[in-house]
Design a protein around this ligand. Structure first.
Ligand SMILES: Cc1ncc(COP(=O)(O)O)c(C=O)c1O
Length: 400
């Protein structure tokens, strides 16, 4: 933690944040995908909060506009136009309560009970949990060589239509994927967008890691490359600023944004997290956003490099991974025949944990059990090295 006051507060209360419940003493929790706690911008946020209260006064504490306060929406529209070369009209953006809320709202507003939602597989497991709370049928889109298998996707759509079902939505994480850390190639992006456009399927592009490229620039989003109306892109400040803010955005065609704007939830509550959205607007306008993002990226790049080097040193032959070029995660494949579920308890005896691959599949019966997701963002370099050493010892023990 950055300062003594904050440390005191978090250690004297048991349920201040999710991490209090997740961390186990003596275990390096490489399965947990949280940001670096000591880098969270506490001082800059305190300042932004004070600036926003002074600037926006009673607006901070009023019901908001249904698609979010314009200072934040306008800042985002300007940044997106500069960074992605795509103008966003005022009716093509809505402020959300983060990606999880936006996903929940979109599946609520864009499906009927029994509709099919296609889901990239493997994918963000809590995204699947959000979708499962709705009365829709989830159909996996399998990966081949760490990319969605576009031939299998086309076949699945044909099969579904033959059975009288039309998929409505496709949920995916094309850039710095969770769990694999790998981005879709340009060819995959083109093929998926073309299929979705031809079949009238709305792509829900979960773009949570876009602001965390660690080498070069992030690939162009599906949203920026597709004809308007084909993609609803979900952005969030959870990874680029802090997850506790619960503020994000949706860029999509005006028809989809209209559904969000006109839904009962928005009518009743008046937009999303008005107070925080205006504080985030002040944070972004002050320049703190870009300054702080540069710090996150430098730290995560160094941590990614250290973890990759330590894994290469400590893991036995047969373990493979690709260094991710952005995001939070690395996907480690185990030697032939080794099961991640069998390795996990042994690893925990050695004092390290990870997220086993089966968790990230819609259909557990065909889930891979030969890989794991490791996060490199939360721990410092010495702990990452120690985590890799412990993992190597656990893999060797299971090999015997
Ligand atoms: C792919 C992906 N989507 C969404 C989220 C959650 O986003 P938010 O905090 O904006 O709801 C995460 C968090 O780990 C994630 O990895």
């Amino acid at each position: 933690m950055a300062d003594a006051t904050v440390t005191d507060v978090t250690t004297t209360h048991e349920h201040l944040s999710e991490l209090d419940a997740l961390m186990r003493p003596g275990i390096i929790e490489l399965g947990i995908g949280h940001p670096a706690q000591e880098l969270l911008p506490i001082e800059a946020m305190r300042q932004a909060n004070a600036d926003a209260v002074a600037r926006y006064g009673p607006h901070m504490l009023s019901y908001g506009y249904t698609t979010g306060p314009s200072p934040l929406a306008d800042w985002l529209r300007d940044r997106i136009a500069r960074q992605e070369g795509q103008a966003v009209a005022a009716d093509e953006i809505a402020i959300s309560g983060g990606i999880s809320d936006a996903l929940d709202q979109l599946v609520t507003m864009c499906t009927q009970p029994g509709d099919v939602v296609l889901v990239e597989s493997p994918t963000y497991h809590f995204g699947v949990r959000v979708l499962r709370d709705r009365p829709v049928r989830l159909v996996p889109v399998p990966h081949a060589a760490d990319q969605p298998d576009t031939a299998a996707l086309a076949e699945r759509i044909t099969q579904l239509k033959r059975d009288g079902q039309r998929p409505r939505l496709l949920y995916c994480v094309p850039t710095y994927n969770n769990p694999t850390g790998i981005s879709w190639t340009d060819a995959t992006r083109r093929a998926v967008v073309e299929l979705a456009a031809n079949e009238d399927i709305l792509i829900i592009e979960d773009d949570v890691y876009r602001d965390l490229p660690l080498d070069g620039d992030a690939p162009a989003s599906l949203w920026a490359s597709a004809p308007r109306g084909v993609v609803a892109r979900l952005g969030s400040f959870s990874k680029s600023v802090a997850p506790g803010l619960r503020v994000g955005w949706i860029t999509a065609g005006n028809e989809v944004i209209g559904r969000i704007r006109d839904c009962g939830l928005m009518d009743s509550r008046g937009g999303c997290n008005q107070y925080t959205a205006l504080a985030v607007a002040a944070y972004c306008e002050s320049g703190a956003f870009e300054d702080h993002l540069a710090q996150f990226r430098a730290a995560y790049r160094a941590r990614r490099d250290v973890l990759c080097a330590a894994l290469a040193e400590h893991l036995p032959a047969g373990c493979t991974f690709d260094a991710p070029s952005g995001g939070f995660f690395l996907w480690l494949r185990l030697p032939d025949g080794m099961r991640a579920r069998a390795l996990k308890p042994i690893a925990e005896q050695h004092g390290v944990s990870f997220a086993p691959s089966h968790r990230f599949y819609v259909d557990e019966s065909v889930a891979r059990d030969d890989a794991m997701r490791l996060a490199f963002t939360m721990y410092d370099e010495a702990q990452l090295i120690e985590g890799a050493r412990r993992l190597g010892a656990a893999v060797r023990q299971l090999m015997k």
